[in-house]
Design a protein around this ligand. Sequence first.
Ligand SMILES: Cc1ncc(COP(=O)(O)O)c(C=O)c1O
Length: 390
Amino acid sequence: MRKTFLPFAKPAIADDAIKGVEECLRSGWLTTGPKAMEFEQVFREFTGSDYAIAVNSATSGLHTALLSLGISSPDEVITTPMTFVATINAIIMAGAKPVLADIDRKTFNINHEDIERKITSHTKAIIPVHFAGRPCHMGAIEAIAEKHNLYIIEDAAHALGAEYQGRKIGYVDNHRKIAVFSFHPTKNITTGEGGMACLHDEETAERMSIIRQHGMSKGAWNRYAAKGKTHYDVLIPGLKYNMMDIQAAIGISQMKYLPAFNRRRKEIVAEYLRAFQETEGLILPPEVFTGDIHAWHIFTPLIDTNRLSITRDEFMKLMEKENIGTAFHYQAVHLFSYYAKMYGWCKGDYPNAEYVSARILSLPLFPTMTDEDVNDVITTTKKILSQRKR
Ligand SMILES: Cc1ncc(COP(=O)(O)O)c(C=O)c1O
């Protein structure tokens, strides 16, 4: 058994991030200002999108995106049941109704044929989630959106560094699309908490920028910095969703390391895939289609309950006893009590999401994992599975 606990995820913070935060603290400017603007510029350059709006989480980014597109009651927004509840909550908090399309069991991503079946006269947008960092079939989703005149808000929380058919996730080249990233500490880069929306349309970007700061015509930087004008107007009722410079300072550093972080993630995944190729009781997670790049935010095999005498939750407990952390992404959202009650969603409604959700788990995956850590995960997983064969 390992002597120390191996978490399932851990951020890698470089010295220049700490220096950036210190500079920021010493400068006296802590909230949204020059560093947030610099971080947005880094994202414009990285994704190739014309606009990047820094916010304090992906949840607020998704919410602001919906609000800025004027989506509210009685509009419907189609998304996947295999997501974090933030995706659903953002839709509900915008006043719209979440509608689910089942996933494809082979990719764990939303099934575009089911999207089309769920479209009604109220449907305004689709939120595809690039689950685990594996790009959705954007070609098919974009064709549906175009045919039915819908917006696409990509929940790219997992997908920083991913590519769909040679196109970076986050590159947005039309006014009907917005992509939102998360910088929560388990993600491919972190700012502590934070998010970024990338888009093409100037007016929508302007609205997002205003909504993230109370709906005011000017943010703090334009009011309190030298030559700022203290008076402002309120253009729309907004929220408090801006990213602080302290967070952006971490993000600017993190983006320099993203290629190396993602390379190491890929290396670890390759080792897992090689080692678990013949492992009975474990179904390997889907890899990408030719031409796509997986960001490997999480490594999510399925526990093959048909071949084992234990459930996924029991497996997770046994791993914990061995000092190895795992995580559960996600309970299919339609099974949570509030949503089930509110929208009449029942067990059996989304069979593929239920199948995956009952078996899925995330093994440790983060860039500073050593080869020894990786080896510990492999040998422990194999040991537990071989002891619990049916
Ligand atoms: C798929 C997905 N969407 C949205 C979010 C929300 O991100 P944040 O924590 O930055 O609000 C997460 C975070 O875990 C996520 O995994």
